[in-house]
Write a protein that binds this ligand. Structure first.
Ligand code: BG6
Length: 555
């Protein structure tokens, strides 16, 4: 039988999926730009200043499993509160927390208030909290107890009556991946969650499930998880989150590339020398040894966030901004990525681990000194990779990826470094202080785009220098955009899967990192190289890139 993903826009009945479903082109794509009386483009309002989106989802109940965990406190509840106070949430929207904690409903609300006060963007006033708290309810129970799901079912039926949520349900699994299947089975057995058609979602009574990363531990476990979830749900019901895709600046890479004619003609192997993708963090593991010891930087950051950044930079232009059109192109590029394998891993992949040092002038412990870390742990906190992309556009252009904890500062950027001009006519005419053109897309902080190019120094002599042209989000739009989770939660409520990871994307991403995981797990494999906290990573990463005659940028 043909897999629906092999013919992604065609439903089994032969109709085009994108036409009648939530995967259709976003309505805002069709809005004609405002014009003044003479037909000239009118000045556009700044949507960040004029207060928000008109994308209001249908009423629904959102059920959070793992509501007592860190993710709920730091990200989910604050983002839901921020959404609620910016008003795109429908009347009747409600949140049901599920956890084994022996909390009363009031305890639950108090904990959530604490989280919101600490982490939300918006101020919490007595009035806004009171309104938001009315949306909250709590179901206590363990994930392996059928009674939990029965109680949850009753609560959802009550909410359908009281708040008119129309049977629409969004389940958020903010738990470790080993609980995904037991929770889904519990929900399915209790008839709280039902399997729905892959190509046409009901307009009322839709059931969707959002799952957090990590999605599996390696390629095999990711495939098992995909298969287990597919027994209970269709692909269209599953929303796999990678919060980097919710970041405004990551989406802006798509706008920069595909809404401007200027850049695409040079966005290829004819003009690009190399691409460097950096996600540096100054923080350590922040008390997450329980998770991080079994993960490491390759699984935690590269398999997910860095490969997502690579796809938006390297993919071909999709025909539409919708779920399958965008994800088809992302999968296509992931499938052409050539990772190092076997002995190539030692040359094109570097792993490191932070030793004690100073970050921001403060002494910080090494990874081995962190609570919960095994004294002989070989978990990597830094990775640098050289990947190739075997396709017409990128053949021969190296993509250098690096990420690490306890580096000098927090910065995420994509830098596209161009080739030198074929002939420089200014060679004999004075001082030249030129570096090749670079377009750097700054994801965080100081979100923006910078272009580095050559300019003449004013004066009678012909002297050239490299200068930067800067676009900064803050300066143009005046306010920070919504948090990544706000965007993604809203999209899941709206049934828009464009910014979520499809199952073939997950498999392709694991396929890229798996040979490296294998090589590092070999008996006798060299352990991670130590780097002093507060430095830019192990020397071996410099050696790796210098072997190609290049150097890392200092972002
Ligand atoms: C998470 C990782 O997915 O992303 C963390 O598990 C990492 O280890 C974090 O710190 C980085 O996200 P951001 O948005 O701070 O760049």
């Amino acid at each position: 039988m043909t897999d629906i993903l092999d013919r992604p826009n065609i439903a089994p009945d032969g109709t085009t999926i994108g036409d009648q479903s939530a995967e259709s082109v976003h309505p805002e794509t069709w809005v004609r730009a405002p014009q003044d009386a003479w037909g000239h483009p009118a000045e556009l309002p700044n949507p960040l200043r004029t207060g928000g989106s008109e994308r209001v989802p249908a009423p629904c109940a959102m059920v959070i499993f793992g509501v007592s965990g860190d993710l709920t406190a730091r990200k989910l509840m604050p983002s839901l509160f921020d959404l609620y106070t910016s008003l795109p949430l429908p009347d009747g929207f409600c949140i049901v927390g599920v956890s084994h904690r022996d909390w009363s409903e009031q305890d639950f609300k108090d904990k959530m208030r604490e989280a919101v006060v600490t982490h939300a963007r918006k101020d919490v006033t007595a009035e806004s909290w009171e309104g938001f708290a009315r949306c909250l309810s709590y179901v206590r129970g363990s994930f392996d107890d059928p009674g939990t799901y029965a109680r949850l079912g009753q609560q959802l039926t009550t909410l359908d009556g009281e708040r008119r949520t129309l049977g629409n349900r969004l389940f958020y699994l903010a738990t470790a991946p080993q609980y995904f299947s037991p929770i889904l089975q519990g929900l399915a057995h209790a008839d709280v969650l039902e399997r729905q058609a892959n190509y046409l979602e009901p307009t009322e009574g839709w059931h969707r499930v959002v799952v957090e990363k990590p999605f599996g531990h390696d390629l095999t476990s990711a495939r098992e998880l995909i298969a287990e979830m597919a027994e209970i749900l269709t692909e269209r019901q599953i929303y796999r989150i990678d919060h980097y895709l919710g970041k405004e600046t990551v989406q802006n890479v798509l706008a920069f590339r595909f809404a401007n004619i200027l850049f695409d003609p040079v966005w290829n192997r004819q003009y690009v020398d190399n691409v460097q993708i950096t996600a540096a963090e100054s923080l350590g593991i922040e008390g997450r040894a329980g998770y991080y010891e079994g993960a490491g930087a390759l699984r935690d950051m590269v398999e997910s966030h860095l490969l997502q950044l690579l796809t938006v930079v390297a993919m071909e232009p999709p025909a539409f901004f919708n779920g399958n059109a965008v994800r088809d192109e992302k999968v296509k590029v992931l499938r052409t990525v050539v990772p190092p394998t076997g002995s190539g891993v030692g040359i094109h992949a570097v792993r490191g681990q932070y030793a004690p040092g100073f970050v921001g002038g403060q002494p910080v412990p090494g990874y081995h000194e962190e609570k919960g870390v095994a004294p002989d742990s070989t978990t990597e906190t830094y990775v640098a990779l050289r990947l190739g992309i075997d396709n017409w556009r990128w053949s021969g252009v190296p993509f250098y990826l690096r990420t690490g904890k306890r580096l000098p500062r927090r910065v995420t950027e994509v830098a596209v470094e161009f080739k030198r001009v074929p002939h420089l006519m200014f060679q004999n005419m004075g001082e030249l202080d030129l570096t090749p053109n670079v377009i750097s897309l700054r994801i965080q902080p100081d979100e923006g785009i910078a272009i580095r190019f050559a300019a003449k120094v004013p004066g009678a002599r012909t002297q050239l220098r490299t200068v930067r042209m800067d676009f900064q989000y803050g300066a143009v739009f005046g306010e920070a955009g919504p948090d990544a989770y706000e965007r993604l939660l809203l999209d899941a409520m709206l049934g828009d899967p464009t910014l979520f990871t499809r199952r073939d994307e997950v498999e392709s991403a694991w396929g890229i990192v798996q040979p490296i995981l294998n090589a590092w797990a070999e008996p006798g494999a060299a352990p991670p190289a130590l780097y002093e906290s507060g430095t830019w990573g192990p020397h071996a990463a410099d050696v790796m890139i210098e072997r190609d005659g290049r150097t890392w940028r200092r972002p």
